[in-house]
Unconditional design. Structure first.
Length: 145
């Protein structure tokens, strides 16, 4: 039996270039999020994209995995800031998500920069989203505050 299953739906109207859609998470936590091709490749104009949603998933999952790893090591974090930048590029003639770059800063009493960098590097093993994205280049930049 799975630990969890979550659902989202998208309704789409029109063609790719001029159409638009709405992404809705079943939990209600996301609200209705408008999405367009232009929000993926040009300007967001207040709309989201699958890549932004992947970045949100990666940043939130990674922050949980890092907090867990630090706590298990006896150095619970006071605060972590994690951002993710997901890249959409062309591969083999098709748009492809190619990279996720995580930037992490944190206040963690009792460790030094080197230990924080190691904890951040190790967090990918415990982050289900990092594992799901294992075919991508994943970079982690960690800075202890």
């Amino acid at each position: 039996m799975p630990i969890a299953e979550r659902n989202a739906t998208t309704g789409w109207d029109g063609d790719l270039a001029h159409g638009h859609g709405t992404v809705t998470g079943a939990s209600g936590g996301l609200g209705d999020l408008p999405v367009t091709w232009a929000s993926r490749t040009e300007r967001s104009d207040g709309k989201t994209s699958p890549e932004e949603l992947i970045a949100a998933a990666h940043a939130s999952c990674f922050s949980m995995a890092l907090a867990h790893g630090l706590t298990q090591a006896g150095t619970a974090p006071e605060h972590l800031d994690v951002s993710a930048k997901v890249t959409l590029d062309e591969r083999d003639g098709a748009p492809t998500v190619t990279r996720s770059e995580l930037t992490v800063s944190g206040r963690v009493p009792g460790i030094d920069q080197s230990a924080f960098e190691q904890a951040a590097a190790d967090a990918g093993k415990d982050c289900p989203v990092s594992r799901a994205l294992s075919g991508l280049e994943i970079a982690v930049n960690a800075r202890l505050q």
